[in-house]
Write a protein that binds this ligand. Structure first.
Ligand SMILES: [Mg+2]
Length: 271
């Protein structure tokens, strides 16, 4: 059975109900073991993931779950999940460091695919765990914020464009030097700390581009946001300008660029 966008929204709201009240608290920050995604999990991550799994079970969903802390696990009936090709790619809390330190920029990210690769992602929800703003998209049907259709901005390099830049810690100054032509053409830079939410900022036209050069950027962080950007008429591509379409997996990591339609050529040329 195909999962509905309303079910995905309901799961995100269940996460909000439990996680929002503990944002910035010491309970949220308690450290646990290393999650399947490679980062040290904190209580807030584990709690959010637990709510997601419980919600899926109570809704009797049969799916493969790819989620940051647990890795890859079948929920419900494994055979049915394999037969219906359901895959959920979830980051229970994207921006965990912000969430535990009380910086108001974190989200829950839920992507739903029928199939095995990125191009099979059909539905996506990103919920802002601070404001409760809910972004969602259905492939071929557009992107929405709280029920209102959203689109990327139509600003170009002659306007005051804003971009987010995410750099690897290693060789950071080499990267900065190579990005000089881009710095010169943009008005402001931000580093906000939740990839999923930043892709939504592009989708709703609040910023124009996101350059994420981290090789360690994970699929779970961007699976939902990339559909929301594309459905809002934006672009999402690899550093060499090609389309990103790989097999859905907890181990999948890749750097990327996302932007509005006007900046595509410039960024593809300069990177
Ligand atoms: Mg996370």
């Amino acid at each position: 059975m195909e999962l509905s966008i309303n079910l995905l929204k309901k799961i995100a709201l269940n996460v909000y109900d439990v996680i929002h009240p503990i944002l910035g608290s010491s309970i949220a920050a308690e450290k646990s073991q290393k999650g399947a995604g490679g980062d040290i999990s904190m209580q807030i991550d584990l709690l959010a993931e637990k709510i997601i799994i419980e919600s899926l079970k109570s809704e009797k969903v049969n799916t493969l779950l790819i989620s940051e802390e647990i890795g890859e696990k079948y929920i419900g009936n494994r055979d049915k999940a394999i037969n219906n090709h359901n895959v959920l790619v979830i980051d229970p809390v994207d921006g965990s460091n912000n969430a535990v330190r009380g910086i108001p920029y974190c989200s829950v990210s839920i992507a739903y695919a029928i199939g095995t690769s990125i191009k099979d992602i059909r539905k996506a929800v990103v919920l802002d765990l601070v404001s409760k703003d809910i972004y969602w998209a259905v492939k071929g049907e557009g992107a929405y914020l709280n029920g209102k259709k959203i689109r990327v901005s139509n600003l170009d390099l002659s306007d005051n464009c804003i971009f987010e830049l995410n750099l690897p810690k290693k060789n950071v100054f080499t990267y900065i030097e190579s990005l000089k032509p881009i710095f010169e053409r943009f008005h402001r830079i931000r580093i906000l700390g939740s990839c999923a939410l930043t892709l939504c900022q592009i989708a709703k036209g609040s910023i124009e581009a996101f350059i994420n050069l981290r090789e360690s950027n994970r699929l779970v962080d961007v699976a939902a946001g990339l559909l929301i950007v594309k459905e809002a008429n934006g672009q999402f591509f690899s550093l060499d300008g090609s389309e990103i379409d790989q097999k859905l997996s907890i181990d999948l990591k890749f750097p990327f660029v996302a932007c509005n339609a006007n900046l595509e050529t410039f960024l593809k040329n300069e990177l």
